[in-house]
Write a protein that binds this ligand. Structure first.
Ligand code: ADP
Ligand code: MG
Length: 636
């Protein structure tokens, strides 16, 4: 005995619970209609036997082996409409639709197998005559249950309905105000496939919904043929749209576009039929071909959806209008329930077996149920920035915390606390010391600036005094004939150079009597021992000390001092050679005192006393010269 079954063993769990994981299988229930009076009259035998609530046994005539099929639920011919409603799990789908899921119930099977009966009950007995409540199908019962459920919800719910049929591959609006006309099927990213310009009617009561249903049923195409006196010639889709937003919160939508929310769609498929068996001719045959073609496309999509590699394979939902509109229910984010309908008659066995195999495969198809998410309002820019900053700070603090983790640092308990306290204390001390050093540095900088200023003033005074001294000496020099111009005057002083200092001993050149620097004097070797003896210069009176060599200079530049010394030396050498008319090979001029690498502050500070001493020495020299000038006869 062959057995085909559902992938899940617990029907209650299958039918009454919500989607548990990322993928959920299509739920399939089987309904076996009772033998019709005509079939019994013809003496046809039943080949189907229910075994328990979930298994169907097929006993082929002629003694072949039985075949068993397992579904979520199996309902035999004795089952009432209410039994089917309660067992099929449609209320679970209704609950999911209220939570925002997109749910679909569709009937499937051979023509005359009871699909329309299962969904909407027997065909109306006349215009405006309602179906007796006991025979009402899944749809009417679900409407009643849903409206009752909605009334007991805390949140306000908006309800809309649309009803269409696919007849000869054309979509017709069964609720249109005028005569139905073909409508196009469109696709976009958010809505998937949808019917453009479909009339969607809001309703607020069960009565209003029932009226819409009756209106659609009465406009739906049906014809009589051998197997069914009221055979549906089209696939019909009635959709309920359940919205939770109040009108104030509802965003403006385009005409015909529905607010995001749950959906519950009932699909009554036209039955597959053998044209020979139904005796269809002309228009009936044309309709049968359209129906069969779209059912074939549906079967093809289901086969491909069962392929384990289906993620890579293309599912041809676009092959028919029916598969386009069922695409979300079969392979998308919907929740789907299939009610497979079969006839028990032995005459229908091949179609019944085909339906059973088809339904068995369908229950292995899975979908990924997903409720539409309401779009999140974007937070204001400043809040977003603040959020980012806080996140960064949080990360930083976390990393610091990780570093201070006693386990991570190998410390524990009180020791860690002590270390943290100590670290904190050290940090505070460092901060204080840093502040103190910063103040000290500022003070040193200001005193250095003061010293520089003072040095500049003194240097200027020195230059001025030297200039005055030179001119005084030159004016007082007696000699035969016209006095040649002073070489110091002839040699223009360099920009920041003072004139060379006079020799403290003779002050005037012995040859030309012009004022000379001490180191430029040809007799300078004789001067120092005679004048100063063996005494160190530091012990001499200030007026008798030789002026320090270091010329006034840019205080912060050691390079400048060195260059200036060299250029002054050149200047003096020229002066001496002019005077002596000989080549002068002097000893090297003394370099300025102090290391070149010494800090500017110290060098500047040391230069100031030097300059002061030079200034004093110059004053003394000027005084001496003036006194000597007064005691000598004025030049002619
Ligand atoms: P389908 O829609 O599959 O072509 P229908 O629903 O029109 O078939 O049913 C065909 C006939 O069988 C109808 O006259 C219907 O009243 C009858 N029928 C179907 N199922 C049942 C049932 N469970 N109990 C009683 N009559 C049924
Ligand atoms: Mg039908």
């Amino acid at each position: 005995m062959e057995e085909r079954g559902s992938p899940d063993g617990d029907p209650a769990r299958n039918l009454e619970q919500g989607p548990e994981g990322p993928e959920t299988p299509i739920q399939v229930v089987l309904r076996v209609r009772p033998m019709s009076a005509a079939e019994l009259r013809r003496g046809e035998q039943s080949v189907l036997h229910c075994s328990g609530t979930r298994t169907l046994q097929v006993s082929p005539p002629g003694g072949g082996p039985d075949v068993a099929f397992r579904f979520g639920a199996v309902l035999d011919g004795a089952s009432t409409q209410d039994d089917v409603f309660r067992a099929c799990g449609v209320r679970r789908l209704g609950e999911l639709a209220l939570r925002g899921f997109s749910c679909t119930v569709f009937t499937f099977g051979q023509t005359g197998s009871g699909k329309t009966y299962t969904l909407t009950g027997p065909p109306p007995q006349g215009e405006g005559v309602p179906v007796p409540p006991s025979l009402a199908g899944i749809m009417q019962r679900t409407f009643t249950w849903l409206l009752d459920r909605v009334q007991h919800l805390d949140v306000p719910v908006t309800l809309h309905a649309s009803y269409l049929e696919i007849y000869n591959e054309q979509i017709r609006d069964l609720l249109s105000l005028g005569a139905p006309r073909p409508l196009p099927v469109r696709w976009n990213k958010t809505r998937g496939f949808y019917v453009e310009q479909l009339r969607v009617v809001e309703f607020g009561s069960l009565g209003a919904l029932m009226e819409l249903l009756q209106m659609g049923l009465s406009r739906r195409r049906s014809s009589a043929h051998t197997l069914n006196q009221a055979s549906s010639r089209s696939h019909a889709l009635l959709t309920l749209y359940i919205g939770h937003q109040t009108p104030q919160q509802m965003p403006p939508v385009d005409a015909g576009e529905l607010p995001a929310g749950g959906k519950l769609c009932f699909v009554d498929l036209a039955g597959s039929e053998k044209v020979v068996a139904t005796g269809s001719r002309g228009e009936l045959m044309l309709e049968a071909n359209s129906i069969n073609r779209s059912l074939l496309a549906l079967g093809h999509c289901i086969s491909l959806l069962l392929d384990p590699q289906r993620k890579q394979s293309h599912i041809p939902f676009r092959d028919s209008k029916l598969t386009k509109l069922l695409a979300d229910s079969l392979g998308g984010h919907g929740v789907t329930l299939m009610v497979a309908c079969v006839s028990p008659s032995a005459q229908c066995l091949p179609e019944t077996l085909s339906t059973l195999r088809y339904a068995s495969r369908a229950q292995r198809v899975t979908t990924r149920p997903q409720a539409p998410r309401p779009p999140k309002a974007k937070p204001p820019q400043h809040l977003e920035t603040e959020l980012l900053q806080l996140q960064e700070e949080n990360l930083h603090l976390r990393s610091q915390l990780g570093q201070m983790d006693p386990k991570a640092s190998g410390l524990s308990g009180a020791r860690a606390a002590w270390a943290q306290r100590n670290l904190y204390g050290m940090l505070q001390e460092f901060m204080l010391e840093n502040e103190r050093l910063r103040k000290e540095k500022k003070q040193l900088q200001s005193s250095r600036d003061l010293a520089h200023g003072e040095q500049r003033i003194l240097a200027q005074q020195v230059r001025e005094l030297e200039r005055r001294l030179l001119s005084a000496c030159y004016l007082q020099q007696p000699g035969p004939g016209p006095t040649p111009p002073c070489p110091c005057v002839m040699v223009p002083p360099l920009l920041c150079h003072a004139p060379p200092l006079l020799c403290p001993r003779c002050q005037l050149c012995p040859l030309c009597r012009a004022p000379l620097a001490h180191w430029a004097c040809p007799r300078r070797e004789l001067h120092l021992p005679q004048v100063f003896g063996s005494k160190a210069p530091g012990d001499w009176p200030l007026s008798a000390r030789p002026p320090p060599w270091a010329p006034p200079c840019c205080p912060s530049s050691a390079k400048c001092s060195r260059e200036r010394s060299r250029s002054e030396w050149t200047q003096t050498q020229v002066l001496a050679e002019m005077l002596t008319k000989e080549k002068v090979m002097p000893s090297a001029p003394p370099l300025p005192a102090g290391s070149l690498n010494a800090s500017p502050v110290l060098r500047g500070g040391a230069a100031v006393p030097n300059l002061a001493r030079r200034l004093e020495a110059l004053r003394d020299q000027i005084g001496t010269s003036l006194r000597r000038g007064r005691s000598q006869p004025p030049p002619r």
